[in-house]
Design a protein. Structure first.
Length: 305
C-alpha cells in the first residue's frame, strides 16, 4: 500500500486554522469582562443620576429627569469646582512635562549600570500606596514639618509657613505621584533615538539647547502626548491627594461627589457629578489628542517633504 501524500502547505494551514478560534472569538472574553466591570456599572450610575432625591426623608425617588444636571449647569458653585479641577489637571500635566521629559533624557544618556538604578528610583512613587505617600507629604508640608523648619533656619521666612490646604501643595504632590508615567512614556519614545545623532549634532557646532530643541523634542513628542493624556486624566479624577492635602477648603469634583454620596446622602447628585466629570474628561482628552496628533503629523510631513 502506498503511503498517503501530505497535504500542500496552504491546505495544511487552512485545515489547521479551522479548529482555532478567529479574531472575534479571541476578544470576546475580554470584551465581556470589560462590559461587566466598566460599562454596566457606568450605565447603572447614569441611570442613578437621572433619579430624584427627597431631602426630607433622605431617599432616592423613582422619578427620572434631568434635574440634577440642570442644577450642575446653573449653579456657580459647581462651575468653580469644575474649573478648579481642570486647572489642577492642566498644572499637574505641565509640571510633569517640565520635570519628566528632561529626567527621562538624562536617564537615557546614562551608562547601563546607572540607568537601571535611576529608572527604578524614578518609578518608586508607583510602588507606594497613594494614601501612605500623601500622608508623608502632609507631614513634610505641615507648619511644623521639615520643609517649613528648613525655610526658617535658612532665614527665608520669619515664621513657619502653612503650605498644606493650598493649590500649589496639591500640584506638587500630584506631580511627584504622576511624573513616573511621563518618564515611562518619554522613555519609550527615546528607545528609537540613536544617541550618536546628538553627538553628531554637537560635533557640527550645535549647542545643547539646539540639540534638545531640534533633535530630542521632535522624537519624544509622541511620548509626551501619551504621557500628558494619562497624567491629565488621572489628575482630573484624583481623590486621595486633593482630599488629604487640599482639605475641605480646596474642593475638587472627586471630593464633591464623595460629599454628595456619603455626607449629604444625595446619591443621584453624586452620580450626576461623576458622570459630568467622566464626560468632560473624555471629551478634553479626545480633543487634545486629536489636535496634537494633527500638528505632529503636519510637522513630520513638512520635515520629510
Amino acid at each position: 500500500m502506498s503511503a498517503s501524500r501530505p497535504l500542500p502547505r496552504p491546505l495544511r494551514t487552512a485545515a489547521a486554522r479551522r479548529g482555532r478560534p478567529t479574531g472575534p472569538f479571541l476578544v470576546a472574553p475580554v470584551t465581556l469582562l470589560f462590559a461587566l466591570l466598566l460599562v454596566l456599572p457606568m450605565a447603572l450610575v447614569g441611570m442613578l443620576s437621572l433619579q430624584g432625591f427627597d431631602a426630607s426623608s433622605g431617599g432616592v425617588l423613582d422619578a427620572y429627569s434631568w434635574h440634577n444636571y440642570a442644577q450642575i449647569v446653573a449653579d456657580p458653585y459647581y462651575h468653580e469646582i469644575f474649573l478648579r479641577t481642570f486647572g489642577l489637571a492642566i498644572s499637574v500635566t505641565l509640571g510633569t512635562i517640565v520635570v519628566g521629559v528632561p529626567e527621562a533624557w538624562f536617564i537615557f544618556r546614562m551608562s547601563a549600570r546607572w540607568r537601571a538604578f535611576f529608572l527604578i528610583l524614578t518609578l518608586g512613587p508607583l510602588f507606594i500606596s497613594a494614601v501612605v505617600r500623601t500622608l508623608g507629604w502632609s507631614i513634610l508640608l505641615d507648619g511644623q514639618g521639615v520643609v517649613a523648619q528648613m525655610l526658617v533656619r535658612l532665614h527665608l521666612v520669619d515664621t513657619p509657613p502653612q503650605m498644606l490646604f493650598s493649590f500649589p501643595a496639591v500640584v506638587v504632590v500630584l506631580v511627584h505621584a504622576l511624573v513616573p508615567l511621563m518618564v515611562l512614556s518619554v522613555w519609550t519614545s527615546l528607545q528609537s533615538i540613536d544617541p550618536q545623532i546628538a553627538n553628531a549634532a554637537v560635533s557640527l557646532g550645535a549647542g545643547p539647547f539646539t540639540v534638545w530643541r531640534r533633535i530630542v523634542l521632535p522624537q519624544t513628542a509622541p511620548g509626551i502626548l501619551s504621557g500628558s493624556l494619562m497624567v491629565f486624566a488621572l489628575s482630573a479624577s484624583a481623590f486621595a491627594t486633593p482630599a488629604l492635602i487640599g482639605g475641605r477648603r480646596l474642593k475638587v469634583v472627586a471630593t464633591a461627589a464623595y460629599d454628595e454620596f456619603l455626607h449629604s446622602m444625595n446619591w443621584p447628585m453624586g452620580a450626576a457629578i461623576a458622570v459630568c466629570l467622566l464626560v468632560l474628561n473624555l471629551g478634553i482628552v479626545a480633543l487634545y489628542g486629536r489636535v496634537i496628533e494633527r500638528r505632529l503629523k503636519r510637522r513630520l510631513g513638512e520635515a520629510t517633504s
